[in-house]
Write a protein that binds this ligand. Structure first.
Ligand SMILES: NC(=O)c1ccc[n+]([C@@H]2O[C@H](COP(=O)([O-])OP(=O)(O)OC[C@H]3O[C@@H](n4cnc5c(N)ncnc54)[C@H](O)[C@@H]3O)[C@@H](O)[C@H]2O)c1
Ligand SMILES: CC(C)=CCC/C(C)=C/C=C/C(C)=C/C=C/C(C)=C/C=C/C=C(C)/C=C/C=C(C)/C=C/C=C(\C)CCC=C(C)C
Length: 587
């Protein structure tokens, strides 16, 4: 069985017909997320050859055999890490990405099994259109000369909710509003005002050039060019969607619907979801639309990794970083599990903040900034993930691609296993499955504590039991005959996510401990350790592929300024970073 992601539809412009050297060894790690192997091995996954790898390794405290020092080492090749790396490479920096696993992508990776290509994480892609300033995935690929073919999804998600409330979120905004108003005619004005406020914020975001909010020359420049838009964003920055919704809407069921709208992207209700983030997703789905990359979500990371290598930087797989090396309090490099040390002017961690400051940095005491982060945010639960291959005949004609199911009781929304997410990417791209078959990717929130300490046999039995119950619920609600149509089933638990995504407790990302002040407490990319930056979903603006792509763009800009590839003002830097740090303590 070929292991490469195929057909890989990413097109890197100006690409030479020869791809980077194939990896010298076959992947040897066990099955990821229940699958056989998540790709790797051969072909178009950008890898460095052994010779290139040797050239980038450096002896402790010394320089590499090529005599050069990296501008940045990026720990982890999730979309956050890859975007930071590729943006820096596009600005002329020499970057080395170190990935623990055998292919790039982290939660946005893929694996193949018996002719099915599964997305490891979400298949709902925001920011992938050819319009506006917020198409950050498209822009990230463009920065390294890549473009992917995408398939427009006619809807974002089909909600199946308590009280037989069924709402399809159409791609066309007016169709969606018409559908929602038809369910809540008495709330027409409130609906228009709530979603209208989202548009006001989205349009402000979309009018800005997006770079680091921690870089004063850029930030003040944006305030000067777009004062109204910046003030709008500053006004909504500390606010949450649920509070704004309550200003306009009274109907409890409609407010619960807005909770579900927020929950699917933040794993918390609307009262805990920052208004800026809610506006971003509730509008981009209509502005640029949801677009699925042909060949699967994994192609995004593969393309970025290829683009990175083509820009003269490098990525190494099976490179498990165990420590960030500090010299006089400054991050100067990393140590791998095999004892090798690699050095750079800056280190960017795409591991979660809990992993970065709990494992990679061996500080005696957690820095104040991180204490503040952990005061405000806890680890969101992980997921139970079921990847199914099913006979196509089980799906009625016209089945939508994405579904969210909460059967009888709104109070189950945020409970473990309470609600069910379902994506059927083969509705859009049939090439992901053998002919006559579909993929069902089903997931539901689950905590690691439920899955730890079980003997192997009990653990496997429990996976089977819990997965079958979720499948039974979907069979009752949506697809009669589902159980009998299954030809392939792979179940991943929170432990699977922890193991293969190297995420602390398999967490989906940070979740506010209480009611947050919008995005105010969310840290940006700099850390209290000089030369060490964080990127990914435990940085502003949080979870989501487009969100971590923005975090990557911001991080690359701040790092580029710090290594003199972009303009900077040290005096203004000190002032702004101090003010932002103080603002976070107010949250
Ligand atoms: N099942 C899901 O749907 C799911 C689960 C989790 C997260 N997500 C989403 O995925 C995105 C997260 O993206 P991201 O960029 O923050 O990160 P990520 O978790 O996708 O990627 C981080 C990468 O860093 C690697 N890594 C971690 N520690 C390492 C170490 N010590 N040495 C070397 N490599 C290491 C991991 O193997 C992984 O590839 C978010 O959008 C989040 O919302 C989805
Ligand atoms: C600095 C200061 C302080 C101030 C100033 C003011 C200003 C200027 C400001 C500005 C700001 C900004 C720019 C901001 C930005 C932001 C952004 C971009 C954001 C974004 C966000 C995004 C997000 C959150 C996203 C998310 C998503 C997600 C998570 C998704 C997911 C999905 C899934 C899970 C799927 C589902 C499925 C089914 C249903 C099946």
């Amino acid at each position: 069985m070929p292991l490469l992601l195929s057909p890989l539809t990413a097109r890197c412009l100006h690409r030479s017909p020869h791809l980077p050297a194939p990896v010298a060894h076959r992947p040897s790690r066990p099955r990821p997320l229940g699958g056989e192997a998540r790709g790797g091995g051969r072909g178009r996954v950008a890898v460095v050859s052994e010779r290139q790898a040797a050239a980038v390794e450096k002896s402790p405290g010394g320089e590499g055999s090529d005599g050069e020092r990296y501008d940045a080492i990026v720990v982890g090749s999730g979309i956050g890490g890859l975007v930071a790396a590729t943006q820096l490479a596009a600005k002329g920096a020499r970057v080395l990405v170190l990935e623990k696993y055998i292919i790039p992508g982290g939660s946005s990776g893929y694996y193949r099994r018996d002719g099915f290509t599964f997305d490891v994480g979400s298949s709902v892609m925001f920011g992938f259109s050819d319009k506006g300033n917020l198409n950050l995935i498209t822009q990230a690929l463009e920065a390294v000369g890549c473009k992917m073919e995408v398939i427009p999804d006619p809807s974002t998600v089909h909600f199946h909710l308590p009280g037989a409330l069924s709402v399809l979120v159409h791609r066309e905004y007016n169709d969606f509003i018409e559908e929602l108003v038809s369910k809540f005619p008495h709330e027409k004005e409130g609906i228009l005002k709530f979603y209208g406020t989202c548009w006001k914020i989205f349009n402000s975001l979309n009018s800005l050039e997006l770079k680091s909010l921690e870089e004063p020359l850029y930030l003040f420049g944006q305030f000067f060019k777009k004062p109204l838009e910046c003030l709008t964003l500053a006004y909504y920055l500390p606010q949450n969607a649920g509070d704004i919704a309550r200003k306009f809407i009274k109907d409890q069921q409609l407010l619960s619907f807005i909770d579900a709208e927020c929950f699917i992207v933040s794993t918390v209700n609307a009262l805990k979801t920052p208004m800026i983030n809610a506006s971003m997703v509730l509008c981009d789905r209509h502005f640029g639309g949801i677009n699925y990359p042909v060949g699967g979500v994994g192609g995004i990371a593969v393309s970025l990794a290829n683009g990175l290598v083509e820009k003269g930087s490098a990525i190494r797989y099976k490179a498990n970083v165990t420590n960030v090396i500090l010299e006089n309090g400054k991050a100067v490099g990393v140590r791998l599990s095999n004892g090798k040390e690699l050095f750079a002017r800056t280190v960017i961690s795409n591991a979660t903040r809990w992993d970065t400051f709990g494992k990679l940095v061996k500080a005696e005491e957690l820095p104040e900034e991180e204490k503040n982060f952990q005061k405000n945010y806890v680890k969101a639960p992980s997921f139970l993930s079921i990847h199914l291959g099913v006979k196509a005949s089980v799906l009625p004609a016209g089945t939508d691609c994405h579904h969210f199911v909460l059967e009888d009781d709104w109070s189950n929304l945020e409970k473990p296993y309470g609600s069910i997410f379902l994506s059927i990417p083969t509705v859009l791209d049939p090439s992901l499955a053998p002919e006559g078959h579909h993929i069902l990717h089903i997931f539901t929130t689950a905590g690691i504590e439920d899955w730890e300490g079980l003997p192997r046999k009990d653990y496997e039995q429990k996976k089977e039991l819990v997965a079958n119950e979720i499948i039974r619920r979907l069979e009752n609600k949506l697809f009669p005959g589902l159980q009998d149509s299954i030809v392939l089933k792979e179940v991943g638990s929170p432990k699977t996510h922890r193991r293969f995504l190297a995420r602390n407790d398999g967490t989906y990302g940070p979740m506010p401990r209480g009611k947050p002040k919008g995005l105010l407490a969310m840290p940006f990319n700099t850390t209290s350790i000089d030369g060490l930056y964080c990127v990914g979903d435990s940085c502003f603006p949080g979870q989501g592929v487009i969100a971590v792509a923005f975090s990557g763009v911001m991080c690359a800009h701040r790092v580029a300024a710090d290594i003199d590839l972009e303009q900077r003002s040290p005096i203004l830097d000190t002032g702004l970073l101090g003010v932002l740090r103080w603002l976070r303590t107010l949250a």
